[in-house]
Design a protein around this ligand. Structure first.
Ligand code: FES
Length: 574
């Protein structure tokens, strides 16, 4: 029992017609009278779905959360939230991250619950759930899906996504048969759980630990490992205590917590998508966080984790090597050790209790896996509000490069022309893709890592500089400049680039410039504006999204969702 009246009592604690209505119907789920005596009512927001192997086991895992809630004296009540299957949703699951956030926010606010366990895993579910819960600011804790088992193909480990891109390039280069390619499908995805590389899902799961909003080892325990059930049980225990102690997301998700998330992101070689998600989450909480913070804070941290796509191993190996707590330990004095977590321990206490079991998988500050590997934040006349690049996934020889643009106006234009043997392109060219930002696609898909032209692949070229307003999969690699802001559809200078223009990219100095005269750009802008067509999206979520979405440099949230609502109990429905 909490030592103060809980929010749920405003519904379940009333001894009148309203209380009758709130209790009577929910009792029919099998709840006895005495559970409405003031004990914490714990919502479990579950993104379970058969459309996504990443979350297909979450119904079962929720049962273990419930055990923990009951054991600690709370009452668990599970409810569904959008599942956002990354590999199924068109035009991109990212279009719906903010919809999930809005759904979760309003589900928590509208229902008689005192705290919430957030259950998700696939890329956009983690930020969507966290954003919604952060805006309400009731006690909350996250438990992730866990990753799938390592892929096994032709005697070696293969990684979700990362090897799809590799195999697909090998087929295009004539080095792998189509039959071989297709037979890798079942070998890659062998169990429930999220992608087994350090893609966006496992990056975001690692960041839940760095942010302090999940229990230690939430990221790395495989989905099918029995210890994940134990973790779910313990998560159920903890949320009841968090409600009793009134520990809210705003108490946990402080500026220090975000700094730890940026350090962890750099150390694990995390997905570029995390940049957008952390900016959006910080925006919900009013925590000051800028794109530049990622570059500046991450400079302190080398690459400590040897996982695909930046390295060699997979999430199972990360688990057995010690997982995120061991990375926190290795970050040593860089980590903000005093930051508190939902576990009741500080980050320092968690780090001190961890150990690295395999130095090939998790390095140290003295012997890192690679140099500083956070994101680079670029500025210049091609990206006045910023663009990012993940240096650990790029080719060192291309990190400063000047070349002529080969421009694709849309992704369809790219698909139609990239295989053309007559395409005028060589290895010094820079591929430029437009129309893939938040408003343009809409939803900002993961197409920034455009495949290379076959005629260059056949010559043995393995990487080129690519620039777009898109995102890229956290499992992808290459010298890929992403999230150009403002995007082309919003009238950013990217819209004005033409094939043959020279572009200068200087990674070490963080610049990206279009070498075209100002006079010429003014004329092009005039032409661009004159040629604009009205949007074909004139209804529903698409319209709301396009009309209100912010640009990538601030997290691509909807403008009117930035900030908090509240957990205040609103007026009765009857
Ligand atoms: Fe869900 Fe990769 S598809 S995590």
């Amino acid at each position: 029992m909490a030592n103060r009246p809980l929010r749920s009592q405003k519904s379940f604690g009333k001894h009148d017609k309203d209380g009758f209505i709130h209790r009577s119907w929910i009792k029919a789920t099998g709840l006895p009278d005495h559970v409405f005596d003031g004990r914490p009512i714990i919502g479990i927001a579950n993104t379970w779905s058969e459309l996504v192997t990443c979350q297909v086991h979450l119904r079962e895992l929720a049962d273990f959360v419930k055990r923990g809630v009951w054991e600690a004296g709370g009452v668990p009540i599970e409810f569904p939230a959008m599942s956002l299957p990354e590999t199924q949703m068109r035009p991109t699951a990212m279009l719906f991250r903010n919809l999930l956030a809005m759904e979760v926010e309003e589900s928590i606010r509208a229902n008689p619950i005192d705290g919430v366990v957030l259950m998700g895993g696939c890329d956009k579910t983690t930020p969507g759930l966290l954003m919604g819960a952060a805006s309400v600011d009731l006690p909350a804790i996250f438990v992730s899906s866990g990753s799938m088992l390592n892929g096994k193909f032709e005697g070696r480990d293969i990684g979700s996504g990362t090897d799809v891109w590799r195999f697909s390039e090998a087929v295009r280069a004539g080095e792998m048969s189509l039959d071989e390619f297709l037979s890798a499908e079942t070998a890659m995805s062998r169990s429930a759980g999220v992608c087994n590389t350090m893609g966006t899902a496992s990056t975001m799961a690692s960041l839940t630990e760095a942010l302090g909003i999940a229990l230690p080892n939430n990221a790395a325990l495989p989905a099918v490992d029995s210890r994940r059930r134990v973790l779910a049980h313990l998560t159920g225990n903890r949320i009841v205590q968090l409600v009793k102690d009134d520990v809210k997301p705003s108490d946990i998700l402080t500026r220090e917590a975000f700094e730890n998330a940026i350090l962890m992101h750099a150390a694990i070689g995390g997905s570029t998508n995390a940049v957008i998600h952390l900016l959006a989450l910080a925006g919900r909480l009013g925590v000051p966080l800028t794109l530049e913070d990622f570059d500046e804070i991450a400079r302190e941290a080398p690459l400590l984790v040897n996982l695909m796509p930046s390295g060699k191993y997979l999430m199972e190996d990360f688990c057995y090597a010690g997982g995120a707590p061991a990375v926190a330990k290795e970050l040593g004095p860089l980590y903000r050790r005093g930051a508190i977590t939902v576990s009741g321990k500080t980050q320092g206490e968690i780090a001190d209790a961890a150990k690295v079991w395999n130095r090939d998988v998790i390095g140290s500050l003295e012997a890192p896996i690679g140099p500083s590997s956070g994101v680079w934040v670029l500025k210049g006349n091609l990206c006045p509000d910023g663009a990012i690049l993940k240096p650990s996934a790029a080719s060192p020889s291309l990190l400063a490069h000047r070349g002529k643009a080969v421009v694709f106006e849309t992704i369809e234009d790219y698909h139609a022309r990239i295989d053309d043997p007559d395409l005028e392109v060589d290895e010094t060219s820079i591929l430029v893709l437009k129309g893939c930002g938040p408003k343009g696609y809409p939803g900002m898909p993961e197409v920034g890592n455009m495949g290379l032209p076959p005629k260059l692949l056949e010559k043995g070229v393995t990487d080129m500089v690519r620039i777009s307003d898109a995102r890229m999969s956290g499992t992808a690699y290459g010298t890929v400049i992403l999230h150009v802001a403002p995007e082309a559809e919003a009238g950013g200078p990217l819209a004005l680039v033409r094939t043959g223009d020279e572009i200068a990219f200087d990674g070490p100095n963080r610049t990206l410039d279009l070498l075209v005269s100002e006079v010429e750009l003014v004329q092009r802008r005039h032409d661009w504006e004159a040629a604009r067509q009205p949007s074909k999206y004139d209804r529903g979520w698409y319209k709301l999204y396009i009309d209100t979405v912010l640009q990538a440099d601030t997290g691509a949230d909807l403008g009117f969702l930035v900030g908090k609502s509240s957990s205040e109990v609103t007026r009765e429905s009857h």
